[in-house]
Design a protein around this ligand. Structure first.
Ligand code: ZN
Length: 215
């Protein structure tokens, strides 16, 4: 119902549904209470451009998007990412958004790649094309959430390959959530080794190390 409410063209905040939502669909209070990611985390000494810490309500939005096909959350998340990061940039935008690919087995069982949906919204906001052919996932890696940090790195060492000879100079990787950063590091390393000069890291949410749950 919330979705229909927003589609009707009203500008009521999509969280509290009371006050006008004039900042990326949210009222000032709801906007200020979101778990904005701060300070900015880094991988390999480059910033992870995350909008949020992976805390409520962002956890619920991302899980609803991934597991319950609440696809409209892709729009909310990407718009809030845009609001958080776009005006902060002083450097040129990347030539392509490269969504972290899902292995085809995972894609088949889920039916869609949530990160591609996020990329499609950012493409609209930023006018940057999406490149889904540059980076390919080659191994059916064991579900990362069940592994320790060291095992995740090991598992991902040969997880990606590039599938073109013509390399762009500057791209950004995009994922929904970055946890240990192992997936991003592996994908970034693959692109840099293949000749891409600058590889940024964008994500909706970041899980700080002390909150990573390792069984
Ligand atoms: Zn509100």
């Amino acid at each position: 119902m919330q979705f229909l409410h927003n589609l009707s063209g009203t500008r009521t905040c999509f969280l509290c549904q009371v006050t006008p939502g004039d900042t990326a669909g949210l009222c000032h209070l709801c906007f200020s209470m979101l778990p904005w990611c701060n300070p900015i985390p880094r991988i390999d000494n480059i910033p992870i451009q995350a909008a949020f810490d992976y805390l409520s309500p962002i956890t619920h939005w991302i899980q609803a998007l991934k597991f319950h096909q609440a696809l409209y959350y892709a729009r909310y998340l990407a718009d809030l990412w845009y609001h958080r990061w776009h005006n902060m940039r002083s450097t040129p935008l990347p030539e392509y958004i490269v969504p972290i690919p899902l292995h085809t087995h995972r894609l088949r069982s889920r039916g869609f790649n949530q990160t591609l949906l996020l990329a499609q919204r950012l493409k609209k906001r930023l006018s940057i094309p999406i490149n889904t052919t540059l980076l390919t996932k080659i191994d059916h890696t064991q579900a990362q959430a069940t592994l320790t940090a060291d095992a995740r790195k090991q598992n991902l060492t040969h997880a990606f390959t590039v599938s073109t000879d013509v390399m762009p100079a500057h791209v950004t990787l995009l994922d929904d959530v970055v946890t240990t950063g192992a997936t991003m590091q592996a994908a970034r390393h693959t692109l840099l080794t293949a000749g891409v000069q600058t590889v940024e890291i964008w994500c909706m949410a970041y899980t700080p190390p002390h909150r990573v749950q390792i069984p």
